[in-house]
Design a protein around this ligand. Structure first.
Ligand code: HAM
Length: 403
């Protein structure tokens, strides 16, 4: 038997209900915030991700589904959504148009990671990207949007917040951090030594316990922010306080993608095990320029749908629509005909087999139908049917043509 690839799941039945419920809820919130849908291809030039997510990131270094296509192009299944949206934004010359441009998207992302609970090789994100605003109020807007989506789905969270500085303060901080780690080179892990040459601030989120003990005493970026970053971070915290969104400052939160500056945030859940990040994002003011666009401030986030599906509190299912059943073979045609008409306005379930009352009522329960209609020789002869309301148990006797 051929099975699906490791870390790539089917989504059907009850899972699919959760999946669409989440997407519909998040879409509704994003539209209320004035965001528009954008769809970008699943396949892009590999160079796009190398230049945006960054060569030193694990995503580009180890996890890309990269191949040469039949036209000798070096292509890659998208590991995340931001790079493609930025590419589209520049390609459509929206960077030159000025003003605010706000998009949301959802779809499959691919990362060749080691599969485990909550970590897949093909997973789905709901993401949002906002271009053209350098105001920290837009950063707050992003965080409030995630909080609204999670609240609407009944999902609890902890919000972790950090500032990664900008091109004014980050380089000096980076030098100080490198000096700190170099003095302890013999005690930190090999990965951290390697990170000193590639992307030193990634040492801060090393998962090795011994390294973490050492970095407790490392210089903190938020203590070394330039005036503008420091002011923005203070304002952001004030906006969140005013809007009653609780947060924790995590000075080691650096995010796994290279394009961030200033605000970085992650929403985590304590209820889904070790892969606890349910959403992550931040500001990326230099990315549009890196990808040859006109310098444009930007900020965004993405949420991991599979992880959220574990946590969603679905609203109680209400009974809905009709179940129409045939009691004998010669009623089947009429059942199909009535269902065809009724489906213009209502959900209708039918079964092509003639069955007795007991079996039909089981079918109606299974699909959670509100109204139950059976048609047999008696109904055909009398030209009338009984509509049972399965919720309040009332019955209505009507002529067939009025149905
Ligand atoms: P990210 O933190 O890499 O950010 O991913 C966002 C979310 O996707 C994570 O918080 C997690 O819920 C989910 N996720 C990531 N990897 C996996 C996996 N292997 N299996 C299941 N779920 C996963 C980004 O992708 C950025 N593009 C977010 C962003 C948008 N920043 C600015 N704009």
């Amino acid at each position: 038997m051929i099975k699906s690839l490791r870390g790539m799941n089917d989504i059907l039945s009850e899972d699919y209900e959760r999946f669409t419920y989440f997407i519909n809820t998040a879409t509704d919130v994003a539209q209320k915030y004035g965001f528009h849908f954008i769809e970008t291809p699943l396949l892009e030039e590999t160079a796009l991700f190398k230049r945006s997510v960054g060569e030193s990131s694990d995503i580009v270094g180890k996890e890309m589904y990269q191949f040469i296509d039949k036209g000798e192009n070096d292509v890659c299944l998208r590991p995340e959504g931001t790079a493609g949206v930025v590419r589209a934004f520049i390609q459509k010359k929206l960077d030159k148009a000025g003003g605010l441009h706000r998009y949301f998207y959802h779809g499959s992302m691919f990362r060749y990671e080691r599969p485990q609970k909550g970590r897949l090789r093909q997973f789905h994100q709901f993401g949002v990207e906002s271009f053209g605003s350098e105001s920290v109020y837009e950063d707050a807007n992003m965080i409030m949007m995630v909080a609204d989506i999670l609240d609407a789905c009944g999902i609890g969270y902890r919000l972790q917040l950090n500032s990664l500085g900008d091109s004014m303060c980050m380089p000096t901080y980076r030098d100080n951090l490198v000096k700190f780690v170099e003095r302890r080179k013999d005690d930190v892990c090999e990965d951290c030594v390697r990170r000193l040459d590639t992307n030193p601030i990634r040492v801060l989120d090393c998962k090795n316990g011994k390294c973490q003990e050492i970095y407790v005493n490392a210089p903190k970026l938020i203590d070394n922010l330039c005036e503008s970053c420091d002011t923005d971070f203070t304002v952001l915290k004030k906006i969140l306080d005013t809007n009653e969104i609780k947060y924790e400052i995590d000075t080691n939160l650096v995010r796994g993608l290279d394009y961030y500056s200033k605000t970085a945030f992650e929403f985590v859940s304590d209820d889904i095990g070790s892969q606890s990040a349910i959403a992550g994002g931040g500001r990326y003011d230099r990315l549009v320029e890196f990808l040859d666009g006109k310098p444009t401030p930007a900020v965004g986030f993405a949420m991991g749908i599979e992880r959220l599906m574990e946590l969603i509190k679905m609203p109680e299912q209400t009974k809905e629509g009709y179940y129409i059943g045939a009691l004998d073979e010669n009623a089947v045609d009429l059942v199909v005909q009535l269902a065809h008409k009724k489906r213009r306005t209502d959900k209708v379930t039918i079964d092509y087999k003639a069955k007795n009352f007991k079996n039909h009522i089981k079918g109606a329960d299974k699909v959670n139908a509100k109204y139950f209609v059976l048609i047999g020789s008696n109904e055909i002869q009398s030209g009338a049917i009984v509509i049972k309301n399965l919720e309040d148990k009332t019955e209505d006797n009507i002529p067939i043509e009025e149905f």
